[in-house]
Design a protein around this ligand. Structure first.
Ligand code: ADP
Ligand code: F6P
Length: 322
């Protein structure tokens, strides 16, 4: 027995590595259980345009290793309006589709929440490099993005050491400093600047100067975009301590490329989990992983909660980077 006979899946908002693995998992898990499954092109925009196509086993072949999303993604202003949301729900009902899996970030979850309130059985999967969705330890794409940043910092270290310079690396994360935090700890960055923690450039500059005086030959400052621009931070530091700083903005490079095995496994587990929950009659939930266990949380709670920042990890990074 299953509570859904036909479901759809879409990817929305900023893409992330592992979204394809999640789509593959949703499609193949649904088909395995005899559930019809449709792919919506271009997120909520495609839903409003009735741009849905039936998916079969082969539609999701050869994608587990690919970044981006075969379903394409979009940002859709019309869907933020109540009329747009009603139209989206109507499209699904008219096509006889009774469940929807939304893979995306915070904004996409808001949309899923609205559809759920209109009676559509929805499940959210956290697909964003930012790791800013609460009630999950990790989002799909975060692990890959952090690996890309760490790899870039390894390279920057070589040249910064040769020239005895400091390197300011700006990474993504408008409201959440997790990419900066995890990549900063993993790469031994001297200073991590995030939107969640106030900082003082006088202190940062003084510490850097002292470290250079005690024999350090490079300095890595990692800054989340939400904490300030790399250019401004670098200029502020050099003005204070006279040490030459170079800026690297990693930008969208962080959102592309082959997903790590962690992201593929997370996406595969969560996609299958979402389908099984829909089959069991669950709806209006965000799926996540906490301490290795798959969990669901009311999507209303997910979108109204701010993910707590890991101060313990932040303090550890600070202690280890002297
Ligand atoms: P992300 O999902 O990566 O956070 P966005 O914030 O751009 O990306 O949101 C993706 C899409 O989700 C938006 O273009 C819009 O269509 C939809 N969305 C965002 N916020 C809302 C909202 N409050 N109500 C309904 N839909 C929303
Ligand atoms: O939300 C994911 C994210 O990559 C943010 O880290 C970043 O600020 C934003 O998307 C960039 O969005 P866009 O694709 O519009 O440049």
């Amino acid at each position: 027995m299953t509570a859904v006979k036909s479901i759809a899946v879409l990817t929305s908002g900023g893409d992330s590595q592992g979204m394809n693995a999640a789509v593959r998992s949703v499609v193949r898990s649904a088909l395995f259980h005899g559930i019809e499954v449709y792919g919506v092109q271009r997120g909520y925009q495609g839903l409003l345009n009735n741009d849905l196509r039936p998916m079969d086993l082969r539609s999701v072949g050869d994608i587990i290793q690919r970044g981006g999303t075969i379903l394409q993604t979009a940002r859709c202003k019309e869907f933020v309006t109540p009329e747009g949301q009603q139209k989206g729900a109507d499209v699904l009902r008219e096509r006889g589709i009774d469940g929807l899996v939304v893979i995306g970030g915070d904004g996409s979850y808001q949309g899923a929440n609205k559809l759920s309130k209109l009676g559509i059985k929805t499940m959210g999967l956290p697909g964003t490099i930012d790791n800013d969705i609460p009630f999950t330890d990790y989002t799909i794409g975060f692990d890959t993005a952090v690996s890309i940043v760490v790899d870039a910092i390894n390279k920057l270290r070589d040249t910064m050491t040769s020239h005895e310079r400091s390197s300011v690396v700006e990474v993504m994360g408008r409201y959440c400093g997790d990419i900066a935090l995890y990549a900063g700890l993993a790469s031994g960055a001297e200073t991590i600047l995030v939107p969640e923690v106030a900082f003082d450039l006088d202190v940062v500059s003084r510490r850097m100067k002292e470290n250079f005086q005690s024999g350090k030959r490079h300095s890595i400052i990692i800054v989340a975009e939400g904490a300030g621009s790399g250019e401004d931070i670098a200029a502020g530091i050099t003005q204070r301590n006279g040490i030459e700083a170079r800026v690297t903005v990693l930008g969208h490079i962080q959102r592309g490329g082959c997903p790590t095995h962690n992201d593929r496994i997370l996406a595969s587990r969560l996609g299958d989990f979402a389908v099984r929950r829909l089959m069991e009659g669950d709806s209006g939930k965000g799926c996540g992983i906490i301490n290795g266990e798959l969990v669901v949380t009311d999507i209303d709670l997910v979108v109204n909660t701010k993910k707590p920042f890991n101060m313990e990890m932040y303090n550890l990074a600070s202690r280890l980077s002297q």
